[in-house]
Design a protein. Structure first.
Length: 111
């Protein structure tokens, strides 16, 4: 498992995964324990157009990375179960923005 709870990550696009893994006979992305489906892609784009999600829970089901998966904020199946995300679906870690406090004029003038 490459990521931990609290990490912000960017999910690969449909086109990136199709190029990397190909399509199954049903038209979904193949090569993962749970397939990346057009519905999952549509939900992701609707709720998070920048494709950046925060990891809420890490489930490691063995010593191999293929058995571990992540739960992220706000994306669920119709039955209420959260989508599972795998390392292969994640493009990269997104750094948190650095906030620089705004100085008032007295601090700028060093008075």
């Amino acid at each position: 498992m490459k990521y931990k709870v609290g990490d912000r990550v960017r999910i690969k696009t449909w086109e990136e995964m199709e190029k990397e893994f190909g399509l199954s006979q049903h038209g979904s992305i193949k090569g993962m324990p749970i397939y990346f489906t057009p519905k999952k892609e549509a939900e992701l784009m609707k709720l998070y157009p920048n494709r950046i999600l925060t990891i809420n829970f890490v489930a490691n089901r063995g010593t191999l990375d293929i058995y571990g998966f992540y739960f992220m904020e706000g994306l669920k199946y119709e039955g209420g179960e959260e989508y599972k995300w795998f390392d292969k679906e994640i493009e990269c870690l997104v750094k948190k923005p650095v906030y620089i406090p705004i100085k008032n004029r007295w601090e700028i003038l060093d008075l």
